[in-house]
Design a protein around this ligand. Sequence first.
Ligand code: HEC
Ligand code: HEC
Length: 251
Amino acid sequence: MRRRPRSLLPWVFVAIVGAGVAQALFAPISSSAQEASSSQLAEGRRLFEQSCASCHGPLGEGTTNGPTLANVGPANVDFMLSTGRMPLAQPGLQPQRQTPIFTAEQIRAIVSFVDTFGSGGTEMPTIDPQAGSLDLGQQTYEANCAACHGSAGSGDSIGGNQIAPALDQATALQIAQAIRVGPGPMPRFGTTAIDQHELDSVVRFLLYLREAPNHGGLGLTRIGPVAEGFVGVVVGLGLLLLVIRYTGTRE
Ligand code: HEC
Ligand code: HEC
């Protein structure tokens, strides 16, 4: 009994030493994070000069082969790179979704470098599809998007050799970026046209469309609990019968 308080001492030491170690570990992490941002800019510049400057100019001022990137904003650059639309193979082509040639880290580096060309433009949107409403999403989609992308989101030709692509591949973030940025011939929708709740709702609706063929499956999984309940009843009744039989034969 008397030893109990003393046995806490080693734990106190462990806690103190642990806190010290954690602090020692944290210090270099936060300073290396700061270094990363200047090396990130340098890496962004290197990649930009290599893959973008020929069309957009070394400082994003634009050339006859590509528009200025002065005030496009992070959402636009991230969308173009994460969907593999940029770098364009050749001026005059419609940018198309492809496997991105850059890693996520390289994309962040290029986005931060392009951001030094000028502030403004479209910030990264925030999205919470679960906060959206499917009904509202469908209505918003029908009213603003279906004319070009088709009511099932399967894409369509919109004339002038331009295609409104199928919407079964874009991530939730890319859908929100496309809405806010308006890539190429697509109009951009600001917060007055599509507010945050409508944005969440359209994203939720488009993600839902992809699961639509599985609706039968959803129905089937619902049978799960029913079957379990059924099994429960059968087993329960069986046990009850056994008990009755056991008590019955005892007499
Ligand atoms: C072969 C030329 C070419 C190359 C290389 C190229 N782009 Fe582009 N870029 C274009 C053209 C042309 C457009 C306009 C496309 C359109 O809207 O149809 C464009 C559009 C963009 C846009 C959208 C601009 C806006 O006003 O909405 C961004 C952002 C962009 N490019 C970033 C990049 C980045 C970053 C790179 C390098 C990784 C790159 N591009 C490489 C030609 C090029
Ligand atoms: C005027 C026709 C038009 C309308 C209206 C339109 N879009 Fe688009 N959308 C396009 C075109 C064209 C592109 C391809 C842009 C490019 O050249 O890079 C596109 C691209 C996209 C992409 C990128 C797809 C991918 O996989 O990379 C998404 C997502 C998208 N649109 C969603 C929407 C949503 C959601 C709406 C409604 C709020 C909408 N669009 C309204 C024409 C349209």
